[in-house]
Design a protein around this ligand. Structure first.
Ligand code: PMP
Length: 363
């Protein structure tokens, strides 16, 4: 029978698939708008699609288990040694590897309230103790998090920006926090959305690696790089940590199509720039639309926004589904009055805003 921590787990709830809703509503798939999983609405970079095509004839072979080419590309791009890189089957894989390799049952794992759902999941799965630190204005309270460190603390997760709130921590807050963390405590800076951030002085986790050898930065190709389906992410950390993670990971955890696509995507800077611009414009459109509806939201640095409905969000989520619009309820994150909406293309955002207006007017 399952470990006690595992028995208490709730499964991760993914966004409702488009084809499932289309079938339920008897609508063509093209009529459904999905703004539920923080995906890049532009689709993948054409360079990534070409690389996938080129890799198809090799499907019968195992992938390069060391991800040589992608690591070379990441190493050149981020100016870190290839021995500081670990590839993952999505960055979720990295988060799990860290917990599995470094945390024993009874150790404490610290993270914020309203933080990414996979932190409690990987903590409880190994029988460790999750310590949830109350948030400040929905975001990480790094002072409270540093205060919550005990001799049993082994690992701290910080998502910057955080999902599902979109909140972020500033450079001086992070500086002060890291200075207070004992060196035997590992700090994961989960930067899944960092490519969307445009603020010049936003902290870059990679800048902390030299000063704090206990920091690991986790990144992904699922968001701004538009490759969520392929499951490819990576960690950047000191070689001693990377070595441990490379020992515990599955031998072929990053697949061939993902390796090829990610390598190509990394070099397509124009696509990334367009993705950022589309997101910025979409965010402005979303904020203007919500303001028009008299709603408030949590300011976000990601490619999504948590909208405060001022009432239970579940029924609004259901009514939006009936209108063919899929967003994400976040009651499971302790946010029963919010809906998380990904920023889509202009017409998708418009569909959502119109549907929301109609749903709210109909009540
Ligand atoms: N971290 C955060 C904060 C996320 O929101 C997500 C995706 N929902 C991930 C990590 C994991 O993404 P992936 O496994 O697709 O890289």
């Amino acid at each position: 029978l399952a470990l006690p921590g595992v028995q208490q787990l709730s499964p991760y709830v993914p966004g409702k698939p488009v084809d499932e809703l289309a079938r339920e509503l008897g609508l063509p798939v093209a009529d459904i708008v999905k703004l539920a999983s923080n995906e890049n609405p532009l689709g993948p970079s054409p360079a990534a699609l070409d690389a996938i095509q080129a890799a198809l004839p090799e499907l019968t072979r195992y992938p390069d288990g060391n991800g040589f080419k992608l690591k070379q590309a990441l190493s050149a791009h981020y100016r870190v040694g290839t021995d500081m890189l670990v590839l993952g089957n999505g960055s979720n894989d990295i988060l799990e590897l860290v917990a599995r390799a470094f945390v024993s049952p009874r150790d404490e794992v610290l993270f914020s309230a309203h933080a990414f759902a996979v932190y409690p999941l990987v903590t409880q799965a190994i029988g460790a103790r999750p310590v949830v630190v109350p948030a400040r204005e929905w975001g990480h309270d790094l002072t409270a998090m540093a205060d919550a460190i005990t001799p049993a603390t082994k690992l701290i997760f910080i998502a910057n920006p955080n999902n599902p709130t979109g909140t972020w921590v500033e450079r001086d807050e992070l500086d002060a926090f890291l200075a207070r963390v004992p060196e035997q405590v590992l700090v994961v800076l989960d930067e899944a959305y960092t490519e969307y951030v445009t603020d010049a002085d936003f902290p870059d986790g990679l800048d902390y690696l030299r000063k704090y050898p206990n920091v690991l930065v986790s990144r992904t190709f699922s968001k701004a790089y538009g490759l969520a389906a392929l499951r490819i992410g990576f960690a950047v950390c000191q070689p001693v940590i990377a070595d441990v993670l490379n020992r515990v990971r599955q031998p072929f955890n990053a697949n061939s199509l993902a390796l090829a696509a990610a390598t190509a995507a990394l070099s397509d800077r124009e696509y990334l720039e367009v993705s950022r611009t589309v997101n910025q414009q979409g965010m402005a459109q979303m904020e203007a639309g919500l303001r028009h509806l008299g709603l408030s939201w949590i300011p976000s640095r990601g490619n999504f926004i948590a909208v405060d409905l001022g009432r239970e969000a579940g029924p609004v989520y259901q009514a939006l589904l009936h209108a063919g619009v899929i967003v994400r309820p976040v009651a499971g994150y302790g946010m029963p009055q919010h809906l998380r909406v990904s920023i889509g293309l202009a017409e998708e955002n418009q569909r959502f805003l119109l549907a929301l207006e109609q749903v709210l007017a109909g009540e």
